[in-house]
Design a protein around this ligand. Structure first.
Ligand SMILES: [Zn+2]
Length: 207
């Protein structure tokens, strides 16, 4: 797997300067915690859902990277054993079910139509797309319910292209809540406030 530490060292050697580097999901979570939808929340779990699925953890405005630098990488936890194969070498990863490209692929398998996510969502045909949407909501729900069971964050903030899908904050939230261990669940599922600039702001906030 790609190693940030080695990449950072290589860049520093080439540039002969110290640099700060973080992945997009961590930068996103940091900026939303400090300047966006996460203001006032202690433990924020940031989610990127777009061409890939990533995540980051910020605790009291400090990025938590983990011992192996993979904290928050919920996109590569196994959702379906022996499921779709993933570029990371495993199979059944969350990303292979609810990233934009994987959802478009599944839409094509189920309906025969080749459409982009914005096209699918803007003219959503429930008669044709019921199974697709049910699967999407289930996979989204199980993926984030697992995160809540382990981390129990104060807020979850969605970013990336798919964060513009309105039903993730209604039916999607309901799906998550129904799968969490606790009967009482109040975790806010929030839309990002900084939009596409969130990652860039986060990079500027690194220290
Ligand atoms: Zn994977």
């Amino acid at each position: 797997m790609f190693n940030w530490k080695i990449f950072k060292k290589d860049l520093e050697n080439k540039l002969e300067k110290n640099i700060l580097i973080e992945n997009d999901a961590n930068c996103f979570t940091l900026s939303e915690s400090k300047m966006g939808a996460g203001i006032g929340f202690g433990l924020v779990f940031g989610v990127i859902m777009g061409t890939g699925v990533g995540g980051g953890i910020v605790i009291n405005n400090v990025l938590h990277c983990g011992k192996n630098d993979i904290a928050g990488e919920w996109g590569h936890h196994t959702l379906h054993q022996n499921g779709n194969s993933c570029y990371c070498g495993k199979s059944g990863c969350v990303e292979t079910y609810i990233s934009g490209p994987s959802l478009e692929k599944r839409w094509n398998e189920l309906t025969g139509n080749t459409q982009s996510m914005p096209e699918i969502i803007s003219n959503f045909d429930y008669t044709v797309g019921k199974q697709w949407k049910d699967e999407f909501l289930d996979n989204f729900g199980y993926g984030l319910a697992n995160v809540i069971d382990i981390l129990d964050p104060d807020a979850i903030i969605l970013g990336g292209g798919l964060s513009n899908i309105d039903f993730l904050y209604t039916e999607g939230k309901k799906s998550i809540y129904s799968k969490v261990f606790s009967d009482i669940i109040e975790t806010p599922i929030l839309k990002n406030k900084l939009g596409d600039s969130s990652g860039v702001f986060g990079a500027a906030l690194l220290d």
